[in-house]
Design a binder for this molecule. Structure first.
Ligand SMILES: [Zn+2]
Length: 508
């Protein structure tokens, strides 16, 4: 009987498709009609998700995702060409989202997050307002909050940075950190976690402390690991800040953490504990420094944060395992950063991702080592040779005179004469005061010249290229699983992520 029913449904479905196709001319028109006819026979199974997770890898597109898979595969399956798949790339549904904003094919995070969170195109730099910089959007987080969902916003960078801000704030400029922090306090959202705040006392440090405003609004703020680990659904409104903060009020790069560090997955796990309730929750989780490592052209740091994001997603997957038909998990990026490529000019069809494991710290930590050297060394006395030991220790790169240069495993780590010349040029620039550096922007993207030259050298040797210190205009993947995930199949625009969420959550 069931079989017969299926045949009838299939028959009806093709009839509907055929009849609706009469008169369509462009591929677009026909596809639109097919989609409509499929909806008619109920092939898209919309079930309102009670628990919604939206993970955003800032600056993460296909290349960043696959670079992590190639790296993990190279390390695990030595001498074989086998990817080690991330968890989220195995989700059953995959979409592709375009990222252009209202005025450029290359977006920034503010405009991209405004599109994802609020469904409108806007200008770069604008948070939660349409392109006229006036019309307010109501974000998916605000809509769900009204519906009785609890809302969590987690980010590895400052909570008043562009991406998290776009879910609760509306302001003309992403740089209005103090204004954004005030809007955060007024959001009434239930859980903020991860990084600290930028400019909590305003640009001139003379305003009322935003942390005090948050407290007055009823937030329980803690940066104590034990307190964070004991948070639960009785904790009220919470702002949990990682005790280990690195640069720009952000959490550390995962490559720089130690075994005691709180990681992004800890904040997702805690978020579930705090937000779990009968009416459901929405949790946006941003891994914000994939983008920063992309800007700095530091592949190992980038890859390590993508892998860490996957662990955070896994917390949601474990939750979904217990609430399978009520949970929707989305993983996407807001744009690509750095123009990262797998394969580059001097390595042709080869890769050697295994050498990346010799990089022990991020460019940020290496800059700290350089600062220490500069503090005790005058510009005229500085020699690149002084730094060769820390270059070897932290990047594995060695000169041809190094005692380990002839070892078979070190073949790809020996610095060529051409590369050594580049390092010498960069070293000279690094030793100069910042305002006396030449061509810093064009060649080094205003990063510490020696650090960025070292990451370029080890990345190129591994077979990774970079074309920009900024974002690029390539689309981003959207991985989906769980309740109503099917609607995230196919190619669409980043504003459609919001529209699809509104649709599946039965919102207006
Ligand atoms: Zn960026």
């Amino acid at each position: 009987m069931k079989k017969i029913k299926n045949i009838i449904v299939l028959g009806l479905s093709s009839l509907l498709i055929m009849s609706s196709l009469v008169g369509c001319s462009t591929t677009n028109e026909c596809l639109e009609q097919i989609k409509e006819s499929q909806v008619n026979v109920g092939q898209v199974n919309i079930k309102k998700p009670k628990y919604v997770f939206l993970f955003i890898g800032d600056g993460m597109s296909h290349t960043q995702v696959n670079a992590a898979q190639v790296y993990n595969g190279t390390i695990k399956n030595k001498d074989k060409v086998e990817l080690e798949k991330l968890g989220f790339t195995q989700f059953p549904v995959i979409g592709n989202a375009t990222t252009q904003n209202a005025t450029s094919f290359i977006t920034d995070s503010a405009a991209a997050a405004t599109s994802i969170a609020g469904g409108v195109k806007t200008q770069s730099g604008v948070i939660g307002l349409a392109a006229d910089k006036k019309t307010k959007t109501e974000t998916i987080a605000e809509k769900l909050k009204k519906e009785g969902y609890k809302v969590g916003i987690v980010s590895s960078v400052a909570l008043n940075h562009a991406t998290p801000a776009a879910f609760y704030a509306h302001t003309k400029s992403r740089g209005n950190y103090y204004d954004i922090a005030q809007q955060m306090a007024n959001s009434d959202f239930d859980y903020f976690a991860g990084g600290a705040l930028l400019n909590p006392k305003g640009l001139d440090k003379n305003q009322k402390d935003a942390f005090d405003i948050l407290k007055e609004k009823g937030y329980n703020i803690t940066d104590n690991k034990d307190e964070i680990m004991s948070l639960n659904s009785e904790s009220g409104k919470v702002y949990a800040i990682n005790p280990q903060i690195q640069d720009s009020s952000a959490m550390e790069y995962s490559i720089d953490t130690d075994k005691d560090s709180l990681m992004l997955n800890d904040f997702v796990k805690k978020g579930i504990d705090v937000l779990k309730n009968d009416k459901g929750f929405f949790m946006m989780v941003e891994s914000g420094k994939i983008d920063w490592a992309g800007h700095a052209n530091d592949a190992m740091t980038n890859i390590s944060d993508v892998s860490e994001l996957d662990k955070a997603v896994n917390e949601a997957v474990k939750f979904a395992d217990k609430h399978s038909d009520e949970t929707l998990i989305l993983v996407t990026g807001d744009h690509e950063t750095g123009g990262m490529s797998i394969g580059q000019a001097t390595t042709g069809y080869d890769t050697a991702f295994d050498i990346l494991q010799n990089q022990k710290i991020s460019y940020v930590e290496f800059n700290e080592l350089l600062n220490k050297y500069k503090e005790k060394t005058k510009e005229k006395d500085g020699k690149l040779e002084d730094l060769l030991p820390i270059i070897k220790e932290n990047f594995g790169l060695i000169t041809k005179d190094d005692k380990d240069a002839l070892k078979k495993d070190n073949k790809n780590l020996v610095i060529s004469d051409y590369e050594y010349k580049k390092l010498q040029d960069a070293f000279k620039e690094t030793m100069k005061e910042k305002d006396k550096r030449k061509e810093g922007e064009v060649i080094y993207g205003n990063y510490e010249p020696l650090s960025v030259t070292l990451t370029h050298i080890i990345n190129n040797k591994a077979g990774i290229g970079w074309t920009s210190y900024s974002h690029t205009g390539v689309p981003v993947p959207v991985y989906a699983m769980g309740a109503s995930s099917e609607v995230f199949n196919g190619s669409y625009d980043n504003t459609d992520i919001f529209k699809k969420l509104v649709e599946v959550c039965g919102l207006k």
